[in-house]
Design a protein around this ligand. Structure first.
Ligand SMILES: NC(=O)C1=CN([C@@H]2O[C@H](COP(=O)(O)OP(=O)(O)OC[C@H]3O[C@@H](n4cnc5c(N)ncnc54)[C@H](O)[C@@H]3O)[C@@H](O)[C@H]2O)[C@@H](O)CC1
Ligand SMILES: [K+]
Length: 510
């Protein structure tokens, strides 16, 4: 599913009104209906509600919501910003008047004076309809004072469309103190790009999308660089199995992995690969991993390195259909030199994780040698070690878009919403996963899984996208069995097969 920049959302709004002949106030009514339902489903009329409405259509949304709730027995207190001489938008005036004629009362906050602000208690539900997509720059002066007052209160805060002061886009300059910190954000039609960045998690809180029926053809024809991966998309990509298939048709994956004390990474990456559906899995590891691998994952073959404790040379003995490098390799100079030599001669896309990423950080000239369309799977720390410290998630994602293009590689930036960044600068946010997966070894499983998918002939960008989705879903399934504290990386690997099956054959399908 595509998601859009603020500018695009505004354009889709505008074009829907033109093409479908829907007046702006009708769209606001639809938004208000959906949002009022969400709010009333959560809180009873006995709770004190304080609405802050701004001068634009975000304020109009808030006023329309308050009017609907009044009709259902709620008694909201409504404050409208009175910005010296500045006009309210036409819709803001319309919904203010509608509220007044329904018997409501509007209080004013003079933003230029010493602010007189209402008491907000722990019981209060604040509805933040100050600013939405019409915000031009960061909030200042009296607006800042109001926002900080809301943030410092112990009230529960619901933001309309986006937390006031925030943009929906990648925004390197955002100052969080000047943005409302919402517990719940009710956003119109699409989640915004900024919702998928960890930095903004405390600003957005839980988010829900309220549909207002924007024109589907206009949405379809509006290009976007940003997407959320959906299950139907992954289902469509997964190839069905022919009854006549043999293991020779299903590829052969090589994992360069493990060192003394980190044989577990070799085990876990091999398990991830084995559950991917690949025909054969081989581990290239130092001799010290031999017995461990043969007993822990007997299904995988073992290609011993000449060195006992670390990988010292990567000369694959067979023509493997995909190679993944990194889990548990350690940072020994011998291993880095082996990776260095290998990356200079190997020309097919590879998967690069963990210590292979650390090798890129130590020897940045290797970035130029990476096979085109290789998949790099860094978490935030690994990314910054290679590409320099990034001040925020917005800047990091922008940097990932830049380097994916420069080096023509795929970057799978791991986090709560893992982002796949492609060389064409398209970004795919992955929605699956759970905090239960924040464990050592889960990345090793992902590397094995992606390598296994690539070995079966899935393109690198497809393998990375499907791998992240399946891995997250397997983690969710593991959490059902073991709980958020108890999941291990091995549990994630063990659930990969079930996750793939549930994507291919959803329960509600006959
Ligand atoms: N058709 C529509 O117009 C729809 C509008 N919707 C709502 O309307 C919102 C957008 O409405 P608007 O375009 O009126 O914009 P906003 O209501 O977000 O803000 C516009 C107002 O804020 C002022 N402003 C902008 N930046 C400021 C700053 N830094 N400091 C102080 N004042 C500032 C502007 O002068 C203007 O008065 C959406 O976020 C959404 O909530 C939705 O209900 C869907 C349909
Ligand atoms: K808002």
């Amino acid at each position: 599913m595509k998601i859009f920049t603020t500018e695009d959302v505004r354009a889709i709004d505008r074009r829907t009104m033109e093409v479908d002949g829907i007046p702006s106030r009708e769209l606001i009514k639809r938004a208000a209906r959906g949002m009022a339902d969400e709010i009333m489903a959560r809180w009873r009329p006995t709770r004190p509600f304080v609405f802050f409405a701004g001068p634009g259509n975000n304020g109009a949304d808030a006023l329309a919501i308050a009017t609907i709730m009044m009709g259902q027995g709620y008694r909201p207190t409504v404050y409208l910003l009175n910005i010296g001489g500045q006009m309210l938008s036409l819709d803001c005036r319309t919904f203010r008047d509608e509220m007044l004629s329904s018997g409501g009362q509007v209080n004013f906050i003079e933003i230029k004076d010493q602010l007189k602000l209402p008491e907000l208690t722990a019981d209060t539900i604040v509805i933040d309809g100050l600013f939405g997509t019409g915000l031009r720059e960061g909030l200042q002066g009296g607006f800042q004072v109001l926002v900080r007052y809301i943030n410092e209160s112990s009230a529960t805060v619901v933001s309309i469309d986006i937390p006031s002061g925030m943009t929906g886009d990648l925004n390197p300059d955002a100052i969080n103190r000047n943005i409302v910190h919402a517990d719940l954000t009710l956003t119109v039609e699409f989640p915004r790009i900024s919702f998928f960045l960890r930095d903004n998690a405390d600003l957005v809180g839980e988010w829900r999308v309220v549909k207002i029926g924007l024109n589907k053809d206009i949405i379809k024809s509006t290009p976007s660089s940003f997407h959320i991966v959906e299950e139907a998309e992954v289902r469509h990509l997964l190839k069905p199995r022919s009854p006549f298939v043999s293991k020779a048709d299903l590829g052969s994956a090589l994992l360069v992995t493990g060192s003394y004390g980190m044989a577990g990474a070799a085990v876990l990456s091999a398990r991830g690969a084995l559950r991917s559906g690949v025909g054969k899995v081989t581990a290239h590891s130092p001799l010290c991993c031999y017995e461990i691998m043969q007993s822990a994952v007997p299904e995988a073959m073992f290609e011993p390195d000449e060195h006992k404790l670390v990988v010292s040379g990567i000369n694959p003995r067979h023509d493997y259909s995909a190679i993944g490098l990194g889990p548990g390799l350690g940072t020994n100079e011998m291993t880095f030199s082996a990776l260095d030599t290998f990356l200079k001669v190997h020309k097919r896309p590879v998967v690069i994780d963990a210590d292979a990423l650390n090798c890129l950080a130590a020897r940045p000239y290797l970035l130029q040698d990476l096979p085109v369309l290789s998949v790099l799977t860094p978490h935030v720390g690994e990314f910054d070690r290679i590409f320099g410290d990034q001040p925020s998630d917005s800047v990091r994602l922008m940097k990932a878009m830049e380097v994916a293009h420069t080096y023509q590689v795929l970057i799978l930036l791991k986090g709560h919403y893992t982002a796949l960044v492609r060389p064409d600068s398209k970004v795919y946010f992955n929605p699956t996963g759970t905090p239960a997966m924040a464990k050592g070894g889960s990345g090793d499983v992902l590397t094995g899984l992606i390598t296994g998918l690539m070995a079966q002939g899935y393109k690198p960008e497809v393998s990375a996208l499907m791998g992240a989705y399946i891995h997250g879903l397997a983690g969710e399934m593991a959490e059902e069995e073991h709980g958020v504290y108890g999941v291990t990386a091995g549990d994630i690997a063990a659930n990969i097969g079930k996750a793939i099956q549930s994507i291919m054959k959803p329960k509600n399908e006959i």
